[in-house]
Write a protein that binds this ligand. Structure first.
Ligand code: B12
Ligand code: SF4
Length: 481
């Protein structure tokens, strides 16, 4: 049975940057299970619709698996899925990833034959085996966990799957299916300017339940062993000469012991690489930040979200403003960069709350570039609470989902202010902070780079011309240099 896996396009106004880790892993497990695999990385190659149609016509796939964030909804419903049905007649269409997991019913109504919810490794193999052995007709009852499908005109959601407890059993992404050199090493994620940066994930799931966040991993925090992560680092450095790793975990730092073990291994290993990660502000302490810094960490990103305790509580963030300030202080004292992001326009947010965020930034000398609009994503509490507003404003959930994209773009107003006022408030907040927080001088940035990356990498960074587009991209991620 031949399986074609597709990565649909996102952020067409920017170059492709993010390696699709989930799809890469699915490609690895499907190949390991003995199926013939091909990958169509539409996002990576930016093929236009005509090229995609031609490639689909030439494909002889029996099964087409599609990944993607929910922001690919319009592309999948209006183009990709119909095109597969027309050009690859008889192929079974399976949708997974953020989109399948958060809007399974809508994707089944949009032409998918099956949806895989949550982690896909075990589910896809069981589903492919089922289709291969197809003793019954396609679409009849089946009980594979994590699968949704249509049966007798109704939608059936099989039981959720138990999360994969041993993440070391998951293979590394099948990098060989992707254009690593021409795409992913050419356009780095948020890694340092000019270095060979790659994204990697050590853990899955999060212990918290912030109302705006979608946890595809069922809130079960699991982390790969340090040895397994270093195995992948070793492979990526050896094969592709990666110099910097951007850990994309929701929060890599839940277990302090794990982080210390990681640092022990860093000290022992023969490589010299740098890395960055994300964390919650309540997850780490001064000595751990210091150790991380000594062991190659260059920056820790935090989602601060608001300087108003009232709003943090309403988001169920479970963090105190003072704790966030202390974490920023500790991480910076350890010599780390601390890019942060905030949310604007939370339901019930007032001018006082916005001012609290502005003052938080000024007090802590934070640039306010990464100020995202509160945007409800399906599968989150914020979405459930906003559903009636969404339907009222857009006519239907689908009409809203067609438009969701980057949260930096205004889409929906969840506050009592008018749309115009809300957008003006955002600009005003950014400008007020910009006026009050000194931007580091080029000399200061330079000195920091030398200190963080060491002479060899620093010289390499300085020898490369960096595009304005990439500088803008970094600013949107809260990097103030
Ligand atoms: C890296 C990342 C990105 C990258 C792109 C990732 C990519 N795949 O191309 C970038 C930076 C571009 C990005 C952008 C955004 N992101 Co993002 N991102 C992530 C992040 C941090 C890691 C993704 C990852 O690699 N996960 C690890 C892998 C192993 O998991 P996975 O990809 O989900 O794959 C598993 C399953 O989904 C499934 N699977 C995946 N593909 C397939 C395919 C098939 C056929 C099958 C069967 C199964 C399957 O199996 C995989 C293995 O178990 C996640 C959070 C997280 N921890 O996952 C958020 C996350 C995916 N992002 C999210 C959001 C909201 C956004 C933004 C809207 C945020 C913003 N600030 O604007 C933008 C959207 C931009 C746009 N215009 O489209 C949401 C998802 C929303 C949704 N329902 O899709 C997440 C979950 C964050 C969150 N907690 O809310 N993101
Ligand atoms: S925002 Fe961060 S801390 Fe909150 S639930 Fe999502 S991943 Fe966890």
């Amino acid at each position: 049975m031949r399986v074609l896996l597709i990565n649909p396009p996102i952020r067409l106004d920017d170059v492709p940057r993010n390696f699709p880790t989930g799809l890469g892993i699915i490609a690895a497990v499907v190949r390991k299970a003995g199926y013939s695999v091909a990958v169509m990385d539409i996002n990576g190659h930016r093929w236009d619709k005509d090229a995609v149609s031609t490639m689909l016509k030439e494909s002889d796939a029996d099964v087409v698996g599609i990944s993607g964030l929910v922001t690919t909804f319009a592309y999948q419903r209006d183009f990709l899925i119909p095109e597969i049905h027309v050009n690859v007649p008889g192929a079974v269409v399976i949708v997974g990833g953020g989109i399948g997991s958060s809007i399974p019913d809508i994707m089944l109504k949009s032409g998918a034959d099956f949806v895989v919810r949550g982690e896909g490794e075990e589910t896809i193999v069981e589903l492919l085996n089922y289709l291969r052995d197809e003793k019954e007709e396609k679409g009849t009852t089946m009980d594979i966990g994590g699968v949704s499908y249509r049966y007798n005109g109704a939608i059936v959601h099989n039981q959720r799957r138990t999360p994969i407890l041993d993440l070391d059993a998951v293979p590394f992404p099948a990098y060989d299916f992707f254009d690593m050199e021409g795409t992913y090493f050419k356009n780095t994620v948020v890694g340092p300017l000019g270095l060979r940066d790659h994204s990697i994930i050590a853990s899955r799931g999060c212990t918290h339940r912030c109302e705006y966040c979608f946890d595809l991993f069922d809130h079960r925090y699991r982390i790969r062993s340090v040895g397994n992560v270093f195995g992948e680092i070793n492979f990526l450095m050896g094969t592709y000469g990666v110099e910097h790793f951007s850990f994309q975990d929701d929060t890599m730092t839940v277990k302090k012991r794990w982080m210390n073990e990681f640092c022990d291994m860093y000290e022992k290993c023969e490589y010299d690489f740098r890395w960055s990660c994300t964390s919650r502000t309540d997850a780490l302490d001064g000595p751990t930040f210091k150790r991380m810094r000594e062991c190659g960490c260059t920056s820790v990103s935090f989602g601060i979200e608001s300087g108003s305790q009232r709003i943090l509580d309403s988001m169920n963030k479970k963090v105190k403003v003072e704790v966030a300030e202390n974490a920023l202080f500790d991480a910076r004292s350890a010599g780390l960069r601390t890019p942060v992001s905030f949310i604007h326009g939370w339901p019930g947010e007032t001018v006082d709350d916005m001012n609290a965020t502005v003052h938080f930034c000024i007090r802590n000398k934070i640039p306010l570039q990464a100020l995202m609009y509160a945007t409800p994503f399906p599968g989150t509490k914020l979405y459930t609470k906003s559903k009636s507003l969404i339907v009222e404003k857009f006519g239907s959930e689908e009409a809203y989902l067609e438009k969701v994209g980057n949260c930096i773009d205004f889409l929906i107003n969840l506050t009592g202010y008018s749309d115009e006022v809300l957008q003006q408030q955002r600009s005003k907040m950014i400008m007020t902070v910009l006026d009050a927080v000194p931007v580091p001088t080029p000399e200061e940035v330079d000195a920091r780079n030398l200190e963080l990356y060491g002479k060899v990498l620093y010289e390499k960074m300085n020898s490369i011309e960096v595009s304005d587009e990439f500088k803008k991209h970094r600013k949107e991620h809260g990097f103030n240099e």
